[in-house]
Design a protein around this ligand. Sequence first.
Ligand SMILES: Nc1nc2c(ncn2[C@@H]2O[C@H](COP(=O)(O)OP(=O)(O)O)[C@@H](O)[C@H]2O)c(=O)[nH]1
Ligand SMILES: [Mg+2]
Length: 241
Amino acid sequence: MLRRRCFYSNNSCVRSRSRGRSRWLSKSDGLTSIKLLIAIMIKEFDHLYKTVIIGNSGVGKSAILVRFVENQFSEHYLATIGVDFRFKTIQVDGKNVKFQIWDTAGQERFRTITSAYYRGSQGILLVFDLTDMLSFENICKFWMNEVETYAEKDAIFFLIGNKSDVSDQRQVPQDKINQFCSEKKLTYMECSAKEGENIKEIFLQLARKLEEKLNLKNVKVTEKRGANLTQPAKEEKKKCC
Ligand SMILES: Nc1nc2c(ncn2[C@@H]2O[C@H](COP(=O)(O)OP(=O)(O)O)[C@@H](O)[C@H]2O)c(=O)[nH]1
Ligand SMILES: [Mg+2]
């Protein structure tokens, strides 16, 4: 009998969905990183950003991911075990920006997401359900604290209100959303994974912010180097004889 093997260093078994079905990742899937390396070498994309999706179970995290990557929506999703990630490349201002998007797979139900999930993430999507007040309260009370603790310090955070299509069942007041966003300096966007409304725009805006941040970083590094070049070289310490 074939044994199911985990290949991630954090020992989390990984399942991935292919065309809506879950499958265990085989050892050969460990080649993903090699494929990525080749993609970098042949300049298949300009920048790669790890982005994680977080929020209560049932808010539509997987639906957002599947809508963005496959432009599909299903009322029922199979919960994957471990973690699930997908790639998607978009064009942003003449650049090919590749997203590696991580989706939790049920652990959020028990709030047992490990810090490894957040490691190296540059983009964070905090998702709540506009028709479920508790899902918003949990962003404020729990998920925000969690990402502030574990995510990279300079990551870009977006607050996402999903299920905008069911406008007659809205539970989350706009002023509460605004207040929280101004407190935490978050970009807020509403979307509907079901209708496909605003999904691509979320990733476009995120990509723009990430690119801006990267450019700023590069300018700072260049300025620093320039400054160093104009500064007189430090006198070498004379060695004592
Ligand atoms: N009406 C509506 N339902 C949605 C939307 N997004 C997801 N759902 C439904 O919400 C349920 C939970 O979605 P899922 O993506 O599994 O949530 P997750 O647990 O956060 O990953 C599913 O039944 C989806 O069909 C949306 O934009 N509008
Ligand atoms: Mg899910």
